[in-house]
Write a protein that binds this ligand. Sequence first.
Ligand code: SF4
Ligand code: SF4
Length: 629
Amino acid sequence: MDKSLIKLKVEERTIDESAKPLLERTLEEGIETAWDRLEKQQPQCGFGQLGLCCNRCSMGPCRIDPFEKDGPKRGVCGADADLIVARNLLDDLVTGAAAHSDHGREVVETLLMTAEGKSQGYEILDKEKLYTVAKEIGITTEGRNDTDIAKDIALSFLEEYGTIKNSIDLSKRAPEPTQDKWAKAGILPRSVDREIVEAMHRIHMGVGADYANILLHGLRASLSDGWGGSMMATEVSDILFGTPEIKESWVNLGTLKEDMVNIVLHGHNPVLSEMVVKAVKEQEMVDLAKQKGAKGINLVGMCCTGNELLMRRGIPIAGNLLNQELALATGAVDVMIIDYQCIFPSITQVASCFHTKIVSTSEKSKVPGAVHMEFHPETAYDTAKNIVKLAIETYEQRNPDRVKIPAKPVKMMAGFSVEAIKKALGGTFQPLIDAIANGSIKGAVGMVGCNNPKIKQDYGHVTLGKELIKRNILVVETGCAAIASGKAGLLLPEAADLAGDGLKSVCHALGIPPVLHMGSCVDCSRILVLAAELAKALNVGIDQLPLAGAAPEWYSQKAVSIASYFVASGVYTVLGLPPKIFGSKNVIDLLTSGLNDVVGATYAVEPGPVAAADLIEKHIDSKRKDLGI
Ligand code: SF4
Ligand code: SF4
């Protein structure tokens, strides 16, 4: 490919400086990445983009033609555009809710096995949280040992999945006015699996035919994720591995090291990766790596497994979704360990251009071409050690002439759990409430979500983040959004200089960045808890707070679930890419305005980050006015 065309493509594809030289390499060497595959998919199907195709049963596939007067307006079964769009959206949403919640279930099962003495290498690290959660869900703690309490928590949480209790315990963390809205709308979440299974039932041909009823169930299912599956994942991970505290670390592809064995941990679930962290510290492993000529073992994260390790252990993070193939293209990765979610099926192809081995570990997530070393809590530590040994052996096959580590890592601050934020504020949220009341901080935005090759990598996150802090709006982030901000230097206290005067002075006084990293995708539940704490302190519903959500570069069905539980919880949420709903005006109207009467919040779509900041600021100003501040 012509050099000037390569330069042009690189500049169009990313703002991540550590990614650019590697993108150049992939284009020069013909190593295919997500951006190339997106190009080959053009033009993408217009019916699909509008949400107007249905392949739900074998009378189809069907599609609605919104353009031709005489084109089909109903599928073979009679479903119209509203129904087809609503069913497709619910399908996406519950796929995301299922992914989060199934991850949560695995963490809870690990807690149970640990309490029963059946797991290998795990312990209960945060006893304070163990006791807090136990008390909250009505488990007796007095005179009992930790493992008995942990067992009861695990059993009680497992019941939240397929329960006959008819309510989710942690959803009671929401302020009462918010719970009242859910009850009135008939969307109080009953249990995680039930809402997901019921959604799949409702979208079967010949069940739900009312688009609004289908979408309302979507809100209910999303609540069972946000206040259920995801929240349990967060809480139990904290109990097992510790609640995050504020710490410094490093980010970008420069975290890979030329002279060390490089292991990348990619995916979402911390149960395996925590064991790998333990294994690489063993002297036997370090000695083995040195014997093979390496200076040591370098562990880095990718996507949300990376965020989990960063938040709790300060392990550096190599990048977000679109960095996964580029990390492999450094030629410096010896082993990439994957668990599940957001793992491109193509990674084994990229790895095959180098010496790199991909190690899959979940029975649910096998990838052709990967070495499968199945992970089970009973043998977790042995498996982790075996994988580390494989990485050390693979290091010997590395070709130093093919190694290209493109940049120096950027420093960042992470670990802003709700507990850590409270501690930084002096043990109470009052200083934050005061700062919001006096206008130093206008409001807060939860920015979440992914990368998507349809948007220049990180541009949406970073531009919107900068616009918001400039307007004295505090930004809290999770997932790939937080990694993007880290790479751009926004997760450092010095970034407060880019903020408006009010936010700047608060950040300087507390020594914190204006953009706070709150964790992985399931940790969007931490954002819900923070919002609930603020609402309870003010005795209002979450929908009355000067808050908003944003997902500027989302791609995933999990992001659909997150955006939906934000909205259902009362948080106005702006998406940077349109969901596939534009084939139905009725669905658009309901989601962008009708829901205000139901849950006090709506979705909006705005691809331009500055215009998105305008929308968010206007919304925050109106909430402030309503609160009389
Ligand atoms: S459910 Fe209806 S619209 Fe969908 S494929 Fe079957 S017949 Fe077609
Ligand atoms: S933010 Fe999106 S892309 Fe990133 S790890 Fe989470 S779901 Fe995957």
